[in-house]
Write a protein that binds this ligand. Sequence first.
Ligand code: GLU
Length: 445
Amino acid sequence: MATILEKTVMPGSEPGKPADLQDNNPYAIVSGLLKEAVAGLGLDENVYRLLEKPIRTLEVAVPVRMDDGQIVNFTGYRAQHFDILGPTKGGIRFHPDVNLDEVKALSMWMTLKSAILGLPFGGAKGGVIVDPGQLSERELEELSRTYIRALMPIIGPEKDIPAPDVNTNPQIMGWMLDEYDKFRGFNAPGFITGKPLIVGGSRGRVEATGRGVVMTIVEAAKRLGLELNGATAAIQGFGNVGSMTARFLHEQGVKIVAITDARGGIYARDGLDIPALLEYARSHKLVSTYEGYESISNEAFFSMPVDILIPAALENQITGQTAPLIKARIVAEAANGPTTPAGDKILAQKGIFVIPDILCNSGGVTVSYFEWVQNTMGYYWKEREVNEKLQEKMECAFHDVYEMMKEKQTDMRKAAYLAGVGHLAEALQARGWVKGWSMPIERKV
Ligand code: GLU
């Protein structure tokens, strides 16, 4: 198998491109891991052929009339990866670095997350190439509405269900819902998740990804014999996921000694004041400008002698360059795709316990699923009920991946891919595409 892997040109990789750039292409990364998982489960390579590319991708023009009267024509994408388990599902990001390969990779990760968690969804992801910080509120609203209009033919509560992702939030989901309903001619709250409560959002959705991250850290700590009360952590990123992770880790008694954001980082040996930083970030959107703490560089951040390191920003942060600096016992991937294959190899050599992204940050899509279920029923749960259901799902998914790791004597990332691909293979078998195959472990999800 290894020889075949080496000779195969992965989708997304360009033969002429230097190896380190190819190494950082998320589409090539996820494709390589999928191929390995298909082989690791003894499945036919045909299964890889079904999974290697999204079933549908769309590129759209998103023209916006700016406040000064000029029209700027932004570019947007939506990739829908695989829909054998249900409608496709995944967030929308607004970021200057969005590109088609990234969106495709993110859609594939969404398929795997849903599969690992046993949700009746496939994966999707969308994005617009834009720096939303440069837009006025009116421009941002117009961008959000125009983008959703452009996706109208391919989205809907039974087709493809968007949600928030990097730089998008409940307000933006509310605008998108309004635009969708305007065109459909009726109220269809299950078309989008992560929306404000008043228009059908779920209690606990805003907190869900961070809450889920911390639930997986608790599970990992139990198995590693790490006492969380008094343990130390460092978090890269203080957006929705980073800040909520900080909040719930703080509640567990974890001392968060370092946080970085897009502009810089802050450090305090005895732990940062998390409630004060959460309050500050609400109005300032950043924490690196908070006064009174030592500032730290990105390099110093990765070198922190902490128990838990949490990348909660963008892709390709733990690389061949930064992984050698890491001293943590646990790396909890709150972001999607934060580790490159070169970085991953180093983490494995160092014996660091990685909670892979497709398990670690899957609390968001899980509560999105609960939101969609509530919209379908028209009956809404209390926050306690949402959180209990999330807890059960995260524990079961962690159990499955951990058992798969032991069964296959591999690492947690490969085990997560094995669990996810195995789940998809069961569905393929039920539909007649795969024969004579059975899951190597008994799963709980
Ligand atoms: N954007 C989140 C993710 O990457 C949530 C997606 C969703 O809720 O559909 O998992």
